[in-house]
Design a protein around this ligand. Structure first.
Ligand code: UD1
Length: 429
């Protein structure tokens, strides 16, 4: 297993290119199952999760062709995928594939919508709480699917196709909203989704579905209306920039100090996160190239933050913010409302000298004057990158073990940071 070694104490200066969003890419790839024509996706990040989803789609009979290099392309430019689900040969998504990545469960929606049946293993993924799929199943039932649970599999059937319906989510769910959008696009009649997730990735997927011929309005708001169509076609769509990667590097700059342009980043996708960073003392400005983040000299100010669905502060940046607050001049409070058990980074940050107290869903972080490098263990995707952020400011050497979590969601993290002056290297293991 690879490890990452970081020597702390260097400021970051330069440019970090922001990749396409993982959380849009995955549902966009899954949406390819809705049509027999080719879906072309540009700006796809090179991530382990993308490769894993390629294998899952391959099992259904989908061909994925990765476009070759173009003149003038840099190693950081996203890839182009040509995805063709001309013939779906298998409507089962087996345990050994789905258990590696939770989002792959979402294939259930296009499979049942187009093929009238799907058999998909209950998911696995990051170990952050129980993360049930009851609301995804409820959405499919509202569209007329018959659901049976058997041997760890969810079996969905709609012999005569899905029918439009009312879906009122009792809780905001990103996966539930993606599932409902995809299924309703090919259902007969009108579907109304209430309390839909407003995440930019939901809007990105809806935009792509509309290019494919779907009739979706209101995506990006909490009420989405879908007029079902009988067939969808191919399309070409560019994945939006990753706001979580953006926020992560912005926090890295705030932590280490320096001046970095996050190229291609969009401030409108991350206002709540950028506001918190500004409050913490970073200087943030939108430029033509992206977002510029600076912290020179000033200390880090403590903050009070509660995670919330978009447009609130994202749970996917909670661990990174906590890493930053370990060195604040004062006491911070961070409350996690989306996932239970999403504090696995706390013990590891404490190994670096952080002072953090947990009380249910809230963490109290007393800023310390300095962190000290130590061996630490990455436990999930966002937790592991929080350890990297902490290590950038820690005195001495930190070795982050089990970095395969990082590779699921961050493209060439060590290259992007070392290009800005960080002393960070991957040690193949
Ligand atoms: C997506 C993101 C993930 C992010 C999360 C919240 C992707 C690939 N992943 O995950 O990075 O952290 O949104 O912004 O886009 N819930 C239920 N029943 C369900 C479904 C969800 O109770 O059927 C609960 C979850 O346990 C959680 C909350 O709803 O407490 C939100 O989860 P959800 O938005 O569905 O997360 P994901 O779509 O899995």
């Amino acid at each position: 297993m690879d490890r990452i070694r970081i020597k702390g104490g260097r400021k970051l200066h330069g440019t970090i290119p922001i990749s396409g969003a993982k959380n849009a890419t995955l549902p966009l790839m899954i949406a390819s199952l809705l049509t027999e024509e080719t879906l072309i996706l540009d700006n796809v990040p090179r991530l382990a999760d993308v490769g894993q989803l390629q294998r899952i789609l391959g099992n259904h009979g989908v061909d994925v062709m990765v476009g070759g290099k173009r003149p003038g392309e840099t190693p950081y430019d996203g890839q182009t995928l040509h995805i063709s689900a001309a013939r779906i040969v298998d409507t089962t998504a087996p345990y050994d594939l789905v258990s590696k990545m939770r989002a792959s469960f979402w294939v259930i929606a296009p499979l049942v919508a187009r093929m009238g049946q799907a058999r998909v293993s209950m998911p696995g993924g990051c170990a952050i709480g129980t993360r049930p799929v009851d609301l995804l199943i409820m959405a499919l039932e509202r569209l007329g699917a018959d659901i049976e649970i058997d041997g760890g599999y969810v079996i969905a059937r709609a012999k005569d196709g899905l029918k439009g319906g009312e879906i009122d989510f009792p809780k905001v769910t990103v996966g539930g909203t993606h599932t409902a959008l995809m299924a309703a696009s090919l259902a007969r009649g009108t579907t109304v989704i209430e309390n839909a997730a407003r995440e930019p990735e939901v809007k990105d997927v809806a935009d792509c579905l509309n290019l494919m011929g779907a009739r979706i309005s209101g995506a990006g708001t909490s009420r989405v209306v879908i007029e079902g169509v009988s067939k969808l076609s191919g399309a070409r769509h560019r994945v939006l920039p990753d706001r979580i990667e953006t926020g992560t590097y912005a926090m890295a700059v705030a932590m280490a100090g320096g001046d970095v342009v996050l190229e291609n980043a969009r401030a409108d996708l991350l206002q709540a996160g950028l506001d918190v960073l500004a409050e913490a003392g970073a200087e943030i400005s939108a430029t033509n190239a992206g977002i510029r983040v600076k912290r020179n000299g000033a200390g880090i100010a403590p903050v009070e933050v509660v995670t919330a669905p978009f447009p609130g502060f994202p749970t996917d940046l909670q661990a990174q913010l906590m890493a930053l607050m370990t060195c604040a001049k004062g006491t911070s409070h961070i409350t996690e409302t989306i996932f239970e058990n999403r504090f696995m980074h706390v013990q590891e940050l404490v190994r670096l000298g952080a002072r953090i107290r947990l009380d249910g869903e809230s963490a109290t972080i007393e800023g310390v004057a300095k962190l000290t490098g130590a061996p630490v263990m990455a436990t999930d995707l966002r937790a592991s990158v929080s350890l990297v952020i902490a290590a950038l400011a820690a005195e001495g050497e930190t070795m982050v073990n089990r970095v395969y979590h990082l590779d699921r969601g961050f493209e060439r993290l060590e290259d992007k940071l070392s290009a800005c002056g960080a002393a960070i290297e991957r040690i193949a293991g």
